[in-house]
Structure formats: structure tokens, C-alpha cells
Design a protein around this ligand. Structure first.
Ligand code: GTP
Ligand code: MG
Length: 195
């Protein structure tokens, strides 16, 4: 999809704040600082539209990006961020779980994993959660610009070994810096949403 108009429609923490126009939604999920906001910017061809930061925990609400009145990207706050209180963590967990398990418009999740290391326990747990709820998932190994191309096959085999892929789910390598994988991510999103 060639995106012309982007609006951040809504920052939501609970269902009554979710958008009501019924467009399909793709959620971006992953550890804090893994590159969800950077992926958004690459996919919509806007540098710096979704705010990125080298400090983890930048995104704290569900941010709905309205793309051409056709589709929403939902930027989900990252997990694995140590510097928050237990109460805050529980609140975030509930917000994310409620969205992922009840949202009818949700057509798929892009689960970002840092391509420089094996998936963490948090990553694997998140994937099992998505599988349990039968949410179509694209596992995206990102920051691949930091790994020499000669090691990319090894990265894919580590992912294949550690992530027990559900039928129909896929693994893709990506870099927000070089934009490697951008077309494949779009194709996957289009196949899940029909946009
Ligand atoms: P939270 O909002 O805290 O959950 O983080 P996020 O997942 O949205 O991460 P964000 O996009 O803000 O990126 C975090 C840092 O990683 C930033 O400094 C980005 O520039 C950097 N980054 C993201 N993607 C890539 C990538 O593909 N390659 C490289 N080299 N750096 C990246
Ligand atoms: Mg972010």
C-alpha cells in the first residue's frame, strides 16, 4: 500500500477510546526499544512521524495511526522495560491483553524481535500468547543492518529453532535503516487486511 495520508487518530488506554470507524488493524508488538515506531515510519514513508527514542519506554499508550482512512497501525507499548513500577506494569499488561484478545478489527500482529540475539523469554511468551489466541503473526527480526549478511542465514535458523511457528505464520528479516524487508512486510499486511 502506498500511504498518502497519516493521522495519529487516537491514543487509547481502554476499549471505549478505540476508534469506531471499523477499519482493519495491524498491531506492532515487541520489547521496548526493539524498533516498533521506526518500523511504522518506514512503512508510511515518514521520517520521525512515530516518535522514536534510544530510551526504552517511549510509547506508553495504544497509538492508532490512521492510514488513508483504510487501515490502522496500532503501536503497542513495549514489554521488558525494567524501570517501571509493578502496578504500572500490571496496568500495561491489562491494556495490551484486553486489546489483543477482544479487538475484532485486529487482523494481525507484527512481532518484532531484535535480530542480533536469540529471542528472549518475553518474546517467546508473547508469541505463544498470540498463537493461543490464533492471531496471525509475522515474526520480524529487525536491526539486521547490525548483522553482517553472511550471518543472516544463521539468524533465520536460530529463529526457526526457537520459535515454534503456527501454521500460516511467517518469519521475515528487516532493517529500518536500510529498509530491507519493507515490501515483504507490506505484502504480509495486505494479505491479512485486504487493503
Ligand atoms: P518503545 O516505544 O520504547 O517501545 O520503543 P520502539 O520499539 O518504538 O523503538 P524505536 O522505534 O523508538 O527504536 C529504538 C531505537 O532503535 C532507536 O534509537 C532507533 O533509531 C533504533 N532502531 C530501530 N530500528 C532500527 C534498525 O532497523 N536498525 C538500527 N540500526 N537501529 C534501529
Ligand atoms: Mg515506540
Amino acid at each position: 500500500m502506498d500511504v498518502h495520508n497519516v493521522n495519529i487518530d487516537i491514543s487509547a488506554v481502554e476499549p471505549k477510546q478505540y476508534p469506531s470507524n471499523g477499519y482493519p488493524e495491524i498491531a506492532l508488538v515487541g520489547r521496548s526499544n526493539v524498533g516498533k515506531s521506526s518500523l511504522t515510519n518506514v512503512l508510511i514513508n515518514r521520517n520521525g512521524y512515530a516518535r522514536t527514542s534510544n530510551k526504552p519506554g517511549k510509547t506508553q499508550t495504544l497509538n492508532f495511526y490512521n492510514l488513508d482512512e483504510k487501515l490502522f497501525f496500532v503501536d503497542i507499548p513495549g514489554y521488558g522495560y525494567a524501570k517501571i513500577s509493578k502496578a504500572q506494569r500490571a496496568k500495561w499488561g491489562e491494556m495490551i491483553e484486553t486489546y489483543l484478545t477482544t479487538r475484532k478489527q485486529l487482523k494481525g500482529v507484527v512481532l518484532l524481535i531484535d535480530g542480533r540475539r536469540a529471542p528472549s523469554q518475553d518474546d517467546l511468551q508473547m508469541y505463544e500468547f498470540l498463537k493461543y489466541y490464533d492471531i496471525p503473526t509475522l515474526v520480524l527480526a529487525t536491526k539486521m543492518d547490525k548483522t553482517p549478511k553472511s550471518k543472516w542465514n544463521k539468524e533465520v535458523s536460530i529463529l526457526n529453532k526457537t520459535v515454534d511457528l503456527n501454521d500460516g505464520d511467517e518469519i521475515q528479516l528487516f532493517s529500518a535503516l536500510s529498509k530491507y524487508g519493507k515490501e515483504e512486510v507490506w505484502k504480509w499486511i495486505e494479505s491479512k487486511t485486504g487493503v
